[in-house]
Design a protein around this ligand. Structure first.
Ligand code: WT7
Length: 661
């Protein structure tokens, strides 16, 4: 017992800010970026002359249909990169490899949740040539049903190869995809379809989750029937539905509206030249939560996004021909867009896609997959790592993980204990860890170590990527001294930055560019240390990070008050050892209603139905009243303290009624 105690103490003392882990020596031999001096030189160039820096990479790394005339046109908040150029994202991910040896290597390795015989291990491998063929066919399917360049397409699918095919098929003809995470509700699908005025919905009959067949088309059908306030259907812009047959369950097909993916594919030609897409034409919209109102449609455009996804994948994950890269994110999130699909494929790498859950059939599923395919680079989230810690290292030890050479982390600050566990038990102390900070809005990684170069400090995302100029600032927007906290902003435009919020330029301006005029406001708190390393402190707006999922408190509140028994609701976060943050809802019920444990369950399910299971509050507390200021503003600060079981501290003089505490 005593040794154990001593050991823990030892680890904790190792985890101070000054504990530095050097990148492994042999890593630099083959790495794309080999030395700190090289990083510093390139970084300085990228900040001094971004036009020159990105222009050179865009020319060397991307294949253009028509060259651009102006590298950057910048008038805050609007950036235009590679103005006048034409390019096709799917051609850069597929066609460009067709007359190289890469053509016949695996582009996508897919592991399904279960095999035909019920055992884990169903797999499908697509070479670049095969994936190209599927994407061309699907692009023709889109054309055949009337989808044109610029039309929006909602993709609501499980983690199956058809999801990647659908995304790349849209990109091929210039249709704008909007992927909706399969765990989101029918209501969410309807809202997103309406906001983007999408014409087509791509879904599947269902999927598998922990060995069980689950429905998906049912939700899609429901989404298309939900009524708006004016009595019309919310998602009335949707004209067609393409349905992938994943599970074989019986689903109704609506005549004239629904078609089967496999039937349309069988009819489609496999010849489809890539469309000429303008650099700044939209590639996708991805909805993400903000501090107010409904999720916003983050808009990404074509050339800059592709370059950002490609270069970050290449340099940060150090991708080579021989790598098997596994990013465990769902394609419903931006991480899945940039690092399951576009980034790895643009580099000619092999990308692993997994349909299932990490503990099905047993808690070693991830390690089974790493061993089975010889995964070399693994990219996952701190919440997953903490879950594996909880399940115990025995599950890891059953498998040979010696193929791994590099590990990544994303989604939230990684606590040093989880970092150490990941480093020792998964990486066998030989793999560098890249802790990558970025956002849906940034399109690609912004702050991260370079694996052969940057000394690592557990808990810090370390230094900015090329072209990124982050700064920690105070209320007045002025840089704060080292070691003091402040708001994280980005001072310069970068190629993969968002181009707007779909249909709402004012919200774009107000959310990101008004807080610190002329700079991009991230919504995160941060500090830098004496070496200039960035330490992200988490969101400082009313956005929570629950198990790596971004959830707006306002969204959950409006879902709660939409229930007939709720009068008022306030949602705050409290720390959670596994999920990072947990959702706590404070609720006052209408006078005719009695608060009860049953009501608690009803309300949780109601939120699940309105938004999706990820947004269900962990805790619901009924209160007589909510603490408010005299002007009627809910004092969230106090609720946060109550939610975490802390004593109330700080100024409460503005509180209208002290009794509510
Ligand atoms: C928010 C963005 C794009 C990654 C997936 C999440 C937090 C993300 C880190 C990190 C500390 C991180 C931030 C950010 N975050 N990565 N390495 N260290 N915090 O994308 O849903 O748009 O959320 O996730 O708070 O603002 P997202």
């Amino acid at each position: 017992k005593q040794t154990k105690k001593a050991k823990t103490k030892n680890i904790t003392s190792m985890l101070t800010e000054d504990r530095v882990f050097q990148p492994p020596k042999d890593f630099a031999k083959t790495a794309h970026i080999k030395s700190m001096a090289q990083y510093k030189k390139m970084y300085a160039e990228s900040i001094k002359s971004p036009d020159k820096f990105w222009g050179k990479l865009a020319k060397e790394e991307l294949q253009w249909i028509k060259p651009w005339t102006k590298t950057l046109q910048w008038k805050a908040p609007n950036a235009k990169w590679f103005v006048g150029g034409q390019i096709n994202v799917s051609a850069n991910c597929l066609d460009r490899f067709l007359d190289t040896p890469t053509a016949n290597k695996a582009a996508l390795i897919w592991e399904g949740e279960l095999a035909e015989d019920g055992k884990p291990g169903e797999e499908r491998v697509y070479t670049y040539k095969q994936l190209h063929r599927e994407v061309c066919k699907f692009a023709n399917v889109l054309k055949n049903i009337g989808i044109k360049k610029g039309d929006r397409v909602v993709i609501y699918l499980p983690m199956i190869p058809e999801a990647a095919v659908a995304m790349l098929g849209c990109a091929r003809i210039g249709a704008v995809h909007s992927v909706v995470f399969g765990g989101f509700s029918a209501q969410s699908v309807a809202d997103r379809a309406k906001d983007s005025q999408a014409k087509l919905l791509i879904t599947s009959d269902g999927g598998y989750r922990r060995g069980k067949v689950v429905a998906l088309k049912k939700g899609a059908d429901e989404a298309l029937e939900i009524k708006d306030t004016d009595g019309s259907r919310v998602a009335k812009s949707i004209e067609k539905m393409i349905v992938v047959n994943r599970t074989g369950q019986d689903v109704p097909m609506k005549k004239g509206r629904d078609v089967w993916y496999h039937e349309e594919m069988a009819k489609a030609s496999s010849k489809c030249p890539p469309a000429k897409i303008g650099s700044e034409d939209p590639l996708f919209i991805l909805y993400t939560s903000g501090s107010t109102g409904k999720p916003k449609g983050v808009l990404h455009s074509t050339a800059g996004y592709l370059l950002g996804a490609k270069m970050t994948s290449k340099y940060i994950f150090d991708l080579h021909e021989t790598d098997v890269f596994w990013c465990t994110a769902d394609i419903g999130w931006v991480t899945g867009h940039s690092y399951v699909v576009y980034g790895p494929l643009a580099n000619g790498a092999t990308s692993v896609m997994f349909e299932g859950a990490p503990n099905y059939p047993e808690p070693d599923r991830f390690w089974r997959i790493v061993e089975k395919y010889g995964v070399t680079v693994l990219y996952t989230a701190p919440t997953a790592i903490r879950t594996f810690m909880k399940w115990g290292v025995e599950w890891v030890k059953k498998h040979d993980l010696s193929s791994l050479r590099l590990l990544g982390s994303v989604g939230e600050p990684i606590n040093p204990e989880a970092w150490m566990w990941y480093y020792q038990n998964i990486g066998g102390k030989r793999c560098p860890i890249v802790d990558t900070w970025w956002q849906t809005e940034t399109g690609a990684i912004m702050i991260s170590p370079l694996p052969a170069v940057t000394p690592m400090k557990p808990g810090s995302a370390t230094l900015p990527f090329f072209g990124i100029l982050p700064e920690v600032v105070d209320e007045a927007g002025k840089a704060v001294p080292k070691n003091s906290g402040g708001k994280l902003v980005v001072r310069k435009p970068w190629p993969s930055m968002l181009r707007g919020i779909w249909g709402d330029p004012k919200r774009f301006q107000d959310t990101y560019w008004a807080e610190v005029p002329g700079s991009y406001f991230t919504g995160d708190g941060c500090r830098t240390d004496k070496q200039g390393y960035f330490w992200i402190m988490g969101r400082i707006d009313d956005v929570l990070n629950v198990a790596g999922h971004r959830i707006g408190t306002a969204e959950v509140e409006s879902a709660l008050v939409s229930h007939p028994s709720v009068a008022e609701a306030a949602v705050v976060g409290r720390n959670d050892p596994v999920k990072g943050q947990a959702l706590v809802a404070f609720i006052t019920v209408k006078s005719s209603v009695t608060a009860s444990p049953e009501l608690r369950q009803i309300l949780r399910n109601h939120v699940g139905k309105e938004i999706g299971p990820v947004a269900k509050p962990d805790d619901i507390r009924f209160a007589e009243a909510l603490p408010k200021t005299r002007s009627g503003k809910i004092m969230r600060r106090l609720l946060k303290q109550v939610a975490s079981g802390e004593d109330i501290s700080g100024d409460i003089t503005t509180l209208e009624d002290r009794n509510v505490l």
